[in-house]
Design a protein around this ligand. Structure first.
Ligand code: SAM
Length: 364
């Protein structure tokens, strides 16, 4: 006898029999009969039920386990397919004058330095830093993605800067020399073993050299999005992510509060003189022509239609997020997009990027 897993998925999504019945257009008694094995849904209904829960029909009838496994963030293909996303989300990530301030006034870099960038992507940090550094400085980027490494080489091909890009897996690669500065941005929160990578970074910095790690705390970022036309409730804004992030952390995935943990991890692996700052970038937009930056920074700059919302829904469902939280998230996204595409918008949107910059010295 086939045991349908309707009750199990329904409870996981915090739905009552009545709520599920309403979604499927049947009576709650029908749901109860399916759950007790007294009756079975027909094949079309089975397909509708699997859509609601974001699982396959095989999973629903218990022939296959629901695979909640995480996408491989460190695979050589994953980020290579996201070049456009990376390029867009980096456009308004830093205020150039703040970076200049860090280089000159905080880190006080007065002589040529060698920089090694872990998980460099398309070399964004190199592009930002090289023009600010003393003449004779060099930049080396390490990344697993061939597409991103090629993009990085292309970006520097006509420049006078001394740059090198190396395609490698950071867990295996051993730098041949030591560097004045080792740096990473938006790498550690995507890493399965951030501490291992940080230890490698530490091992490749010269005595008295700087190790700098930059990572977001997504909680600050998400709660720091304010649209004056929508009700502001940071807790609601975080709800879907709270489930997503806890689920991922439990499965050894991304750590969304990495930005806040950098100092403590540096302390643990032996760095000295640890200090930390926040990136001061806040995007403010009041009219249609400013909204492009917000859309790019949020990854909202492609066309959203019913199919896109269905894809988001299925993606979250497969990650085990409760349906009610997904509905709340999609409603908010739709309302934001209505505003961001409205030429008569009257209000103000501000978006705080939530990046933490932490550094320490190797004094050994
Ligand atoms: C979110 S992106 C950040 C890229 C860049 N630092 C930036 O801020 O634009 C993370 C990068 O880390 C790289 N990466 C992740 N795991 C890696 C690994 N094990 N070895 C080498 N690169 C890795 C990815 O290919 C990707 O380019």
């Amino acid at each position: 006898m086939i045991k349908l897993r309707i009750a199990e998925y329904r409870k996981k999504h915090d739905l009552t029999q009545v709520a599920l019945a309403k979604r499927l257009g049947v009576s709650f008694q029908t749901i109860s009969k399916w759950e007790n094995g007294k009756n079975y849904p027909d094949i079309e209904m089975l397909s509708d039920i699997s859509d609601v829960f974001g699982v396959s029909m095989e999973e629903l009838i218990g022939k296959k386990e629901n695979n909640l496994s995480l996408e491989k963030q460190s695979s050589s293909k994953y980020w290579g397919k996201k070049i456009d996303y990376l390029l867009d989300t980096r456009k308004e990530l830093w205020n150039d004058d703040y970076l200049e301030f860090l280089v000159e006034k905080v880190w006080k870099i007065r002589e040529a330095v060698s920089i090694l960038d872990y998980g460099c992507g398309f070399g964004y940090l190199g592009m930002k830093l090289m023009p600010l550094l003393p003449e004779g400085s060099s930049y080396t980027g390490l990344d697993i993605s061939k597409e991103l490494i090629d993009e990085g080489k292309k970006g520097f091909q006509n420049s006078e800067f001394d740059t090198e890009f190396i395609q490698c897996d950071l867990y295996e690669y051993l730098p041949k020399e030591k560097y004045d500065i080792v740096i990473s941005q938006a790498l550690l929160r995507h890493s399965e073993r951030p501490e291992t990578i940080m230890k490698k970074m530490y091992a490749s910095v010269k005595t008295n050299g700087l190790m700098i790690c930059i990572d977001v705390n997504r909680i600050y970022e998400e709660a720091g999005y304010f649209n004056s036309r929508l009700e502001y409730n940071p807790f609601d804004q975080l709800r879907v992510f709270e489930s997503l992030w806890s689920e991922e952390l439990k499965n050894g995935g991304r750590d969304y509060s990495m930005g806040s943990k950098l100092a403590s991890l540096m302390n643990k692996i032996g760095l000295k003189d640890i200090q930390s700052r926040m990136n001061d970038k806040v995007i403010v937009a009041t009219q249609l022509e400013d909204f492009t930056s917000i859309k790019e920074a949020k990854g909202w700059n492609h066309k959203y239609d019913n199919e896109s919302y269905h894809r988001i829904r299925t993606h979250f469902l497969q990650k085990g997020i409760p349906i009610n939280e997904i509905d709340l998230y999609i409603d908010r996204l739709k309302n934001n997009l209505i505003d961001l595409n409205d030429p008569s918008y009257e209000g103000c949107i501000s978006f705080f990027r939530g990046m933490v910059i932490t550094w320490g010295k190797n004094t050994e």
